[in-house]
Design a protein around this ligand. Structure first.
Ligand code: ADP
Length: 489
């Protein structure tokens, strides 16, 4: 077993792409390394895929649509997904260690991710043979019914913050509905998407149904979204890249699901349970070091609880120990040097503008992990709604605090960014909570527990956070098309 800074790396790291059931190198032959974010040390290498590889993968996925997969009964598709869930659970330790090495998050979070990934396969396994159409009453001289057909080849562009979970979130409903898929994992975190190919094959998925092209966005992601044989693109990532994906898909009239991040508020009203609000706010911003699309990165607190919340949040943030994800540290590193710089720049600029730093505000150095990309848990207090750190997605362990005097003002502040992914509220008054849910611009509202819900609760955004829904039954609408057949009899 290999080691990295004294910590063991699992054997059998994947090092090839997966096209048509074969493990292959890039057509142009290039490779690139993936780094452990806690040390900055390269520990694996994968092919640098390009347009030729995308062509091969899409061709394999297109061919597979008419191969054994076409004849696989929906109930059998469901059984394949059920077996996949079991295999993910069988390999959870290995998958979680690899996920942590690739993206840095603490091991308990990776283990949670792996369980969630298994949960997606289990959830959508159950629907595979229940995607049934309607009959339409046109009177005695006609018979009219709808068929739910797979849309075809689906492309999945995956971000680096939740590599296997995001892959499973798109792949499980796509396969349940009978589609084939080409996955382009993020260049920072390519490994678990490849390992999933082995598990799907072991579960009985025919070759070519699930393909993985590793590589960078412009070389592998862009050609995939531009490919005329791709019928649907499921994208999770940044707003600028999402816009590029949508434009590319428009050229060949492919549908898209865009999940583009947010600047989500955690509203704490004066009557809230303080302990629950503190726990929820910490979880909302420090899970995966704040690198979460649905992170609660703005605390919007009613004035009466402001001081009490600040006192507790700062004390707790200052106790968070940074360390290696494999040691299950309370807080892990950011994913990359680039991300560390991005977060550092936002924070440095805010400090220059005179925004109050309640705690943190700088990169952190961790003994024995000097090459790692660590940033101190940071809280900015009394932030103006128009300030950059209250408006832009920072994607790091940086919380901004905004103080309000009424629930109505909390809604106005909550809605004051260009994003609208999720929103949380803590209050003892269910009427206030439900009025907030009615008035807030968000695809998902959490009442008295941040990140409430799971694989079955629809997820997606409004405004610049994107459109389309993933998770739950709502996700399936992206993966089947309705054909209406009407006969005069
Ligand atoms: P980040 O800047 O945080 O890496 P991106 O939105 O650029 O976020 O990346 C999310 C995913 O999109 C990654 O898999 C990346 O490789 C891919 N990607 C980047 N640029 C493009 C593009 N032009 N077309 C398609 N995919 C892309």
């Amino acid at each position: 077993m290999n080691k990295i800074s004294g910590r063991s790396i699992p054997d059998g790291l994947p090092n090839k792409m997966v096209i048509g059931g074969e493990r292959v190198e890039a057509a142009r032959g290039g490779r690139f390394a993936t780094l452990d974010p806690a040390t900055g040390v390269a520990f694996a290498e994968v092919p640098a895929g390009g347009p030729e590889d995308v062509d091969r993968a899409v061709a394999a996925a297109k061919k597979a649509l008419k191969g054994p997969w076409f004849k696989t009964a929906p109930a059998e598709r469901g059984r394949i997904l059920t077996r996949t869930a079991a295999l993910i659970r069988r390999d959870k330790e290995k998958l979680a260690r690899i996920e942590t090495l690739d993206c840095g998050k603490p091991l308990r979070e990776s283990l949670g991710d792996i369980e969630t990934a298994a949960g997606y396969f289990e959830y959508y396994a159950g629907i595979a043979d229940k995607l049934q159409g309607d009959t339409i009453p046109l009177g005695p001289d006609f018979i009219s019914f709808t068929l739910h057909e797979p849309v075809g080849v689906t492309a999945h562009i995956i971000p680096w913050n939740y590599p296997l979970v995001t892959t499973a979130r798109g792949i499980a409903p796509a396969l349940a509905a009978g589609n084939t898929a080409v996955v382009k994992p993020a260049e920072q975190t390519p490994l678990t998407a490849i390992l999933l190919a082995d598990l799907l094959a072991e579960a009985g998925l025919p070759a070519g149904v699930y393909n993985v092209v590793t590589g960078f966005g412009p070389d592998a992601g862009a050609p995939l979204t531009q490919h005329p044989d791709v019928a649907h693109v499921t994208f999770t990532g940044s707003v600028p890249t999402g816009k590029a994906v949508m434009k590319a898909a428009a050229d060949h009239v492919a549908s898209v699901t865009l999940e583009l991040g947010g600047k989500s508020p955690v509203v704490v009203l004066a009557d809230a349970d303080l302990d629950a609000a503190v726990e929820g706010t910490l979880k909302a911003i420090y899970t995966n070091a704040g690198q979460v699309c649905s992170a609660g990165s703005r605390l919007v607190v009613e004035r009466r609880l402001h001081n009490a919340m600040m006192e507790r949040l700062v004390a707790r943030a200052e106790k968070l120990v940074l360390g290696h994800g494999l040691d299950d540290a309370p807080l892990g590193p950011l994913v990359s040097d680039e991300q560390l710089k991005r977060v550092g720049d936002f924070v440095a600029e805010a400090k220059k503008r005179g925004v109050t730093v309640a705690t943190g505000g700088k990169p952190a150095s961790v003994a024995g992990l000097e090459g790692g990309y660590f940033f101190a848990p940071t809280i900015f207090d009394n932030v103006k709604p128009t300030d950059e750190v209250a408006q832009e997605e920072i994607f790091g362990p940086v919380l901004t605090v905004q103080v309000v005097d009424t629930p109505e003002e909390a809604v106005a502040i909550g809605n004051s960014t260009r994003y609208g992914l999720v929103a949380g509220i803590y209050t003892a008054d269910i009427g206030k909570a439900l009025r907030f849910a009615r008035d807030i611009d968000a695809g998902q509202v959490f009442i008295n527990q941040y990140f409430a819900g799971g694989v079955s609760t629809p997820f997606g955004g409004v405004k610049n956070s994107g459109f389309g829904r993933e998770k739950g039954l709502a996700a399936l609408t992206s993966y089947f098309r309705v054909k209406c057949v009407t006969a005069k009899i």
